[in-house]
Structure formats: C-alpha cells, structure tokens
Design a protein around this ligand. Structure first.
Ligand code: DI6
Ligand code: FE
Length: 368
C-alpha cells in the first residue's frame, strides 16, 4: 500500500542520502493515463445487463440511457459525493503507478454541472499527488432539453461555457465527441474555433463508431490528439501524420462495446504516428480501472508490442497531453515521476495480468 505522506529523497542532517533498494527491480517513468472520464455520478450496471440481453450501446443511448443516464445522476449528485467516488478511482490508478491523469468533464451538459465537475477535478488535483489535466467536454452529448435545437446547445457551449471556464482557469483542453450519436463536423468546428481563440488545446473523440471525418478537422485545428479511431481511414491517418497528431487508442472501450473493427495500428506504425494507450475510464464504454489489463488488451486486441504499449502510457501519453517536455521519460531536466516495479522485464507489465507489483511511486521527487 502506498503511504499518504510523501517524503523527499533529500540529504539528511548528517548528510546521509536516503536510499531505496532497487536491486532486481525496474524503474520506469510514472504512467500517464491520458484519457479518462473518471468523475461521474450513479451507475450503469443495469445497461450492462441490457447489453448482455442483446441491446447495443447506440440503441441504449437513443432511448435516453447511456451518457444521458450518467448526466442525470451527475446533475443530482453533490460536489462532495462526486469527489468521494472519484477519489477511489484516482487512488486506485495511483496504486498502479499512474502519476499523471487526464480527466474530462462532460456528464453535466449544463453550465452549473460542468463547473461542478471541473471543480471536483480541481479538488482531486489539489488533494492527490497525481498531476491532473482537466479537459472540458461540454460537447459530449446533446442534453435532452436541447433535443429539438442542437445548434442552440453548441451556442451555449461556445458563448457561455467556454468563456466562463477560461475565466476560472479550470480546464486546459477542450474535447468534443464527433459522432452520429454526438456532434457533427460543423458543430465540432464551431467549438474548436472558439476554444482555439481562447487559447485552449483541443482534442477529439474521433471515428469511434463510424468514419465521420472528424480526424481531418481536428488536425486542421492543431489537435494534440485524436482518440479511439477504430473507423479511421488511411486518408485520415495521413492527415494525422502531416500534422503530428498523437493517436490515443482505447482498447477498454473496444473490448467493452464488443467492437470488431480495430484501429489501423499498422498504418500508424508506417506513418510513425505516436500511439498512446489509455483506460478511457468511464461508466458506459470502459468501466475498467485496471491499467495493467488495458496494457494486456492493447497487445492482444490491437496487436501492439509490449514496447509500443509501454511507450503508449509514458512518452506518447505525455505527447497526447502536450507535456512531453516535462514528463513521460526518465531524463535530466524532466519531473522525477517514477515507479519502481518488482518485475523481471517490462513486458511483465503487459503479460502478468492482474498483478500490480509496484514497490514505490515517486511524483515530482516525492515518494508516495
Ligand atoms: N466515447 C466513449 O467511449 C465515452 N464517451 C465518448 O464520447 C463513453 C461515455 C459513456 O458512455 O458514459
Ligand atoms: Fe472517452
């Protein structure tokens, strides 16, 4: 169990330097989980059972379940309730060697609840040693009250939510779900334009369930990453390569939704596109808290090598967040975010599923 009292490896009064016994162990950069939705209210276990009886994710969403049921529960939850449930999730990630996590809003879909979620995310950042990157995902789904006028909701996101969030400084990036059950290209572009004008980084949930051409649009706006990408075409891959955009692959959602179309990993390789791997931790499409299991899935479901997968949660995870100058590898001048593993080889982290042999985690030079 990791201690809650961080200590710094500093010379003591007697000039002794504290030491950690690393014999027969591996030190790796702290892991970066670069795409999560880990603040949410309620549960969707009923929908899991509906899916086991044949309903699809899209059908449940179209009937008002899916993201909407989490929106309802998140609107009804107090800030403290959301903080307590999210704390358990983030603590578990920390215990698996995660030292940086990105967390998206997007289960509020009104100004009050989006701000409440971002405030919970900020509180997690203040109270946990993990570095938290907050992303505003107001354009995650169309809230029921805007069913007949989706463009009006986009106006609310652009004219009201984005400026307020900018003013409060509680998000650094803006994401959109560009999909037939999300937002179309025109709506996505409106959000990106406004976000870039305000100085936010942008990223996109792109080509997850269909090829909507979102990736090409995101590259035009200098997106840090495009995420999911199962239905991405070769033309889209070429655009990503041209604009140096990181591909974030989310095998948890692929597995949980029983998707059969794999993201074009061989094309990413050929075009030298950095591939990041992440949990996508969320109640609907990837309620999977184990990063170790996600690493294993990336190997077996997406045909990635152990090396690619470990790069995916270190330096390429950093690229997806635009923080590769300070995190994601062990180098002089970078933050001392490290994990000490009791393993024989790094490939054990992909191979020995269910075992999380972390011995010590250091964040910013502090032992956790
Ligand atoms: N794609 C996803 O996989 C998650 N959001 C998104 O845009 C799912 C979120 C959910 O079902 O609650
Ligand atoms: Fe997601």
């Amino acid at each position: 169990m990791l201690s809650t009292n961080p200590t710094r490896l500093n010379p003591t009064k007697s000039n002794q330097i504290s030491t950690i016994d690393c014999k027969n162990k591996w030190i790796l950069p702290g892991f970066i989980d670069c795409h999560t939705h880990l603040v949410w209210g309620g549960s969707r276990s009923n929908e899991f059972e509906m899916r086991l009886n044949g309903a699809t994710y899209e059908e449940i969403s179209k009937k008002g379940g899916g993201i909407f049921s989490t929106v309802q529960a998140t609107r009804n939850a107090s800030e403290d309730e959301l903080y307590v449930s999210a704390s358990k999730r983030i603590a578990f990630l920390l215990s698996q060697g995660v030292t940086t996590v990105e967390i998206k809003s997007g289960y509020g879909l009104d100004l009050k609840t989006e701000l409440k979620m971002l405030s919970v995310i900020d509180r997690l950042n203040q109270t946990f040693p993990i570095t938290v990157h907050p992303t505003f995902l107001g354009a995650h789904a169309l809230p029921p009250e805007f069913k007949s006028c989706p463009d009006k909701y986009i106006d609310l996101v652009v004219n009201t939510m984005l400026p307020q969030i900018k003013n409060q400084g509680i998000a650094t990036a803006v994401d959109v779900f560009c999909e037939n059950i999300g937002f179309n290209l025109k709506q996505t572009e409106k959000v990106f334009k406004a976000a870039k004008n305000l100085g936010f980084n942008v990223k996109l949930h792109a080509e997850q369930l269909s090829d909507s051409n979102g990736t090409a649009l995101a590259t035009k706006y200098g997106a840090l990453s495009c995420d999911h990408l199962e239905y991405l075409s070769e033309a889209g891959v070429e655009q990503m390569a041209k604009h140096d955009v990181t591909a974030v692959l989310l095998p948890g959602a692929f597995y949980f939704l029983k998707e059969t179309k794999k993201p074009p990993v061989a094309l990413f390789r050929n075009h030298r596109i950095p591939m990041a791997i992440s949990t996508d931790l969320n109640p609907g499409s990837s309620p999977i808290h184990s990063l170790n299991l996600i690493l294993n899935m990336a190997c077996l479901l997406f045909d990635m090598t152990c090396e690619e997968v470990i790069l995916g949660v270190t330096i390429n995870g950093a690229k997806a967040l635009g923080i590769e100058d300070s995190k994601g590898s062990i180098e002089v001048g970078k933050d001392a975010d490290l994990a000490l593993w009791d393993i024989d080889a790094p490939s054990d982290l992909c191979y020995l599923t269910g075992l999380t042999p972390v011995k010590t985690v250091m964040i910013n030079g502090l032992i956790q």
